[in-house]
Design a protein around this ligand. Structure first.
Ligand SMILES: Cc1cc2nc3c(=O)[nH]c(=O)nc-3n(C[C@H](O)[C@H](O)[C@H](O)COP(=O)(O)OP(=O)(O)OC[C@H]3O[C@@H](n4cnc5c(N)ncnc54)[C@H](O)[C@@H]3O)c2cc1C
Length: 453
């Protein structure tokens, strides 16, 4: 598999991975094809995932700027077509409690508001895409954060209380505190659940259809989406950017980088050594029978995540399969080793031992994008006239909608909130060539922490 820390050119013209989403979602909408010859544009966007598409949509709709999006493969070939489809009011890995410690309550509330705008933007766009007959298969509202050991309940309750206190009056979300028995009786009989907090918002949907819906909205508004158009060289000529693709050049005044965890090695000096691509892995089981569903007491289709340092997450899909996810291999070379999918299945079976004989039917992985300070950064470099949004740390389905909109605001020179997400570039990783070693060390630390502490 393409490895962004090793390969300096993005994979090109590849099909979607063998994912459940690619299998069930039908035909991709028509796009504008690959770049044909040399063109001159105001704004070029590199990457047609949620970030690039949301930015293109907002530029066209809100500002009348018709950007050209350049995608190496197909629309949403990267994370946006491979994720678990959890829509959550968060992004990055910094908890709201840590934000309060680092930045104070007011800034934390500002960040929360942006995350909430992200979820609301997704909901509003999902409603608009029904005009094209796109049904994103939205599931019922609710997000269960499950304690994987009894001691974690204290942490979860403290989190819920802090959030209720600091967001009182502005947040719409209610949070329930559930005992192990309540979880098992009313949601699902997960043997690894020792209680949970349940946010009333958060929900699951079909992530690939979401991206295709964004694509159609963006095209309708006047954006052009060029697939099979990898940027393989980037130069500056007469103060304009020249983006070389295999089938033509794009000359642009402004460039938005929306390549996130799929950014090739040494792609641009503004972002080199500022992210860590990490593989996240998903399996989808065969369809559960009514008896198996009953034996697991699987009453909910809410989205579920646990409290481990190395998190697992799952949900029951509309056709009664279970989607189960967690960390994957460290390198692209190891990505397709069945060891990682088998490991997820083994953990799933510890949660639901009655499913001892179940198999998975789909397994795939994708590169999430970690930032050193655990938050996404949406940045404009004024000298270069280059913009980027990156570092969602595996939690970007909803926030990328807002990040794309904020990128568009920046391109259109509009003021945006003064928040750490928007005002600083991504910090550089110290000892960047050793990032993978650090990741390997963190995985080992996480394994020990999750097993013994
Ligand atoms: C297995 C998995 C599960 C996840 N689950 C969730 C979840 O449930 N909830 C959640 O919030 N987040 C989740 N995420 C993260 C979420 O999917 C991402 O944060 C989000 O999709 C990022 O969108 P993006 O548009 O920024 O990047 P991407 O969707 O990754 O798009 C980047 C695109 O850039 C293109 N590209 C790269 N280089 C070039 C180039 N040189 N020229 C042209 N094109 C280029 C790539 O081909 C790619 O299509 C998950 C991720 C994975 C991998």
């Amino acid at each position: 598999m393409y490895d962004p820390l090793i390969n300096s050119t993005i994979a090109y013209n590849e099909n979607y991975p063998n994912s459940y989403w690619a299998d069930i979602s039908g035909q991709a909408p028509t796009d504008n094809g690959s770049i044909n010859g040399d063109i001159d544009v105001d704004v070029a966007i590199i990457g047609a995932g949620y970030t690039g598409l949301s930015c293109a949509l907002s530029l066209a709709k809100d500002y009348g700027i018709h950007a050209h999006v350049l995608e190496a493969n197909k629309v949403a070939w990267g994370c946006s077509g491979r994720n678990a489809g959890f829509i959550l009011k968060s992004s990055g890995r910094k908890s709201y409690a840590t934000m309060v410690d680092h930045w104070g309550e007011e800034v934390m509330r500002g960040v929360y508001a942006e995350m909430e705008f992200g979820v609301n933007r997704v909901k509003s766009l999902v409603a608009q895409m029904s005009q094209f007959g796109v049904n994103c298969e939205r599931q019922s509202a609710g997000f269960l954060k499950v304690a994987h050991k009894p001691s974690m309940m204290k942490t979860l309750v403290a989190q819920a209380k802090l959030q209720q206190k600091t967001l009182a009056g502005i947040a719409t979300s209610e949070i329930d505190i559930l005992t192990a028995q309540q979880v098992r009786q009313h949601y699902m009989d997960d043997k690894n659940a020792y209680g949970a907090i349940r946010y009333h918002d958060g929900f699951g949907l079909n992530p690939l259809k979401l991206a295709w819906g964004y694509q159609q909205l963006a095209q309708q508004a006047g954006a052009k989406i060029h697939t099979s158009s990898p940027v393989i060289r980037w130069q500056k000529e007469n103060n304009r950017h020249v983006l070389q693709t295999p089938t033509g050049k794009v000359h642009a005044q402004k460039v938005v980088i929306a390549t996130n965890g799929y950014t090739p090695k040494n792609f641009h000096s503004l972002i080199n050594n500022r992210t860590l691509p990490v593989l996240s892995q998903i399996i989808v089981t065969e369809t559960l029978t009514a008896e198996q569903i009953a034996a697991c007491n699987f009453l909910t289709d809410n989205v579920v995540m646990d409290t481990r340092a190395l998190k697992y997450y799952y949900r029951k899909l509309p056709d009664n399969r279970i989607l189960f996810g967690g960390r994957g291999a460290i390198t692209g070379k190891g990505a397709e080793d069945p060891y990682y999918a088998d490991r997820l299945l083994a953990v799933l079976k510890t949660s639901f031992p009655v499913l001892a004989s179940i198999h998975y039917q789909y397994a795939w992985a994708g590169w999430i994008c970690m930032s050193l300070d655990d938050i996404p950064h949406i940045h404009h470099d004024e000298n270069e006239d280059v913009f980027y949004a990156m570092g969602y740390c595996g939690s970007g389905v909803s926030f990328s909608a807002q990040a794309g909109k904020r990128l568009a605001d920046k391109v259109a020179e509009q003021a945006i909130p003064n928040l750490p997400l928007y005002q600083k570039p991504l910090p550089k990783f110290p000892l960047a060539p050793l990032r993978r070693l650090g990741q390997w060390g963190y995985f080992h630390y996480g394994k020990i922490k999750d097993s013994y502490f």
